[in-house]
Design a protein around this ligand. Sequence first.
Ligand code: SF4
Ligand code: SF4
Length: 106
Amino acid sequence: MTVKIDLKRCNGCKNLDAPRCEKLCPGDLMTLNPETGKAYIRSEADCWDCMVCVKACPMLAIETKLPYTLAYFGASLKPKTGKDKITWTLKNSDGTVETFEIETRF
Ligand code: SF4
Ligand code: SF4
């Protein structure tokens, strides 16, 4: 699996000292395209779907591409990080939407 970046949403974290996805990816896979100022993944094959970048993006611009064995093609999974919980929204390929709330631990 890998991640998908919505280039319309990504603003390069211009208001932060560094792009969050670039700063936090444990594989050093995320960086900004110097021409567009938008994020991209250097090597999709090396992404192991830890979802750190997905959860950390302040613009909700990154989503996980799910394999068909989990949710069929066209499905997407996006988190919205709150103060004490993360709400995951799963859009199925048939258009149905499911949400899951997970409390965060500190
Ligand atoms: S964290 Fe999100 S908004 Fe920031 S550079 Fe990465 S994809 Fe773009
Ligand atoms: S899901 Fe994890 S390994 Fe993959 S690009 Fe994001 S932070 Fe890096």
